[in-house]
Design a protein around this ligand. Sequence first.
Ligand SMILES: Cc1ncc(COP(=O)(O)O)c(C=O)c1O
Length: 321
Amino acid sequence: MIKLNTNENPYPPSPAVLETLARAADASVRLYPDPEARALRARAAEVYGVPMDHILAGNGSDELLALVLRATVDPGDRVAFPVPSYSLYETLVAVQGGESVQVPFGDDFRLPPALGRARARVTFLCNPNSPSGTLVPLAEVEALAREGAGVLVVDEAYVDFAPSHALGLVGRLPNVLVLRTLSKSFSLAGLRVGLAFGHPELLAGLRTVKDSYNVSRLSQAAAVAALGDLPAMQANVARVRATRSRLTAGLERLGFRVLPSEANFVLARRPGVDQGPVARALAARDILVRHFAQPGLEDALRITVGTDDEVDALLAALRAR
Ligand SMILES: Cc1ncc(COP(=O)(O)O)c(C=O)c1O
């Protein structure tokens, strides 16, 4: 199976992570994990230059997204986000009884000006965005935060594959929450570790609604090791970015239009041509890519950047159609 549908990393995590996991898998698992994930937050503070009291660890950034809504949104409150974007936002807002204010991106996926005027309690900005892979410049993110977007959650799940990030806003703007995950660039999707960076008051709200022991012992230990070996992550990111260029060029040669991606996936379009049958034909050959059966995206495939061999197999299968 060639799995290019959920934006995992095709390369293994740092060897230090695997050694740490082997060492940590001992009788100490009878004990609960540290509810405050102190070792992990201390390591993240060092790595990212953000004080430890501005960091909260989650069971993946999906948990952190849910905590934000649980802590800040009452039934009927408005939660704004551009669309198309990460589909979980709408689901979580519905679970919380909030009102989703969906502001359409234009064809170029630039930040829609209406987003800052949505009078929302919470605004989500996925940056780089999924499924488009496009990046909103930092100055525009800051302007959005200052414009009154309520709590601005910058979901940076894919930011290690991009040239800029918003962590520098965290100390300066109390309404900005930056979410990171170790699932993508650090190759740890199976361990479920996310990090929230924000003002301590904002994080205190999230803490009141979080499970005490939300990140397992093994996950905390592995995440400390992963953050301790940035060169391993950076080497994988460099390989993914190089293959992203090859994938983009290969898809363009086959007639797809590909948006400039700053993530570990690309959105490839054939304007006006439903790509559902293409995704199904690929699946029949054990190649999984993501097709969204939703208005405006039927003619697109979101394809995770795999290894060079996986990408070659995908391009060959597309060529053979
Ligand atoms: C935009 C975005 N945010 C968050 C996540 C969730 O990441 P995690 O594995 O940390 O829950 C994903 C996963 O695909 C994602 O695409």
